[in-house]
Write a protein that binds this ligand. Sequence first.
Ligand code: HEC
Length: 229
Amino acid sequence: MAIAISCQHEPYPAPPGISVVDTSGTGGGDTTSGSAGKPCHPDTVYYRRDIQPILTASCAYAGCHGQGSSQDGVSLESYQSVMNANVVDPFDPGGSDLVEVLLETDPDKRMPPPPNNPLESPKIQLIQKWIRQGAQNLICDDCDTTNLRYNDHIRNLVAQNCTSCHGGSNPSAGRSLDSYAALKDAFLNTNLRARIKAASGVPVMPPGGPMNNCHIAKLEKWYQNGMPQ
Ligand code: HEC
């Protein structure tokens, strides 16, 4: 049994801003531009989108299995740490300690232990499905345009697509886009929105061709929401 019971659980702290879909400015659940716009398959479990939020909310917090704590050598705060903990046997949920402790009926052995409730069965089933599919770290992007903020999403997106030219000491068109104020000004005082949508009659931005649809949709939605910082 790799996950033992020594972790003294307080009732859960409020999960720190967990979102089910990673909305980093790269367009979705990846840190590389390559997967931006890669659609999510409805039958596939995606670790970062589906599994990590469960573990983060219920297991991977300070004093237990995350944020510097790894009770019994088990940290559940990232894909790497989960796999390194040897609690998951790919393709075999029944042989995975992670599932075993979640299904444990003896409250002394169950994770999360009392006074916390057992993990809800839909979540356990999702973890089982993820393991059955090979416990992979798959990534997809279904373009979540909710709650976009400059600091959390838009800054990266612009850095990835625009500031190679619109940044530094000599920005293209004399127009820097590398701060909140500068970007807001460009939205309000230029034809930026028409350009990124490749509208007819204006030069497209970036000049090499439009961004993927998800990036365009995010910028437009962020603008419509009043450009929250
Ligand atoms: C490869 C360099 C390059 C990249 C990348 C690039 N731009 Fe530009 N941009 C230019 C150049 C050069 C001009 C001036 C010529 C023109 O107006 O088309 C320009 C002009 C503009 C203008 C008009 C500025 C004004 O004051 O009227 C806007 C708005 C703009 N870009 C927005 C963007 C946005 C948004 C991105 C990213 C999504 C982007 N650009 C990416 C080179 C670039």
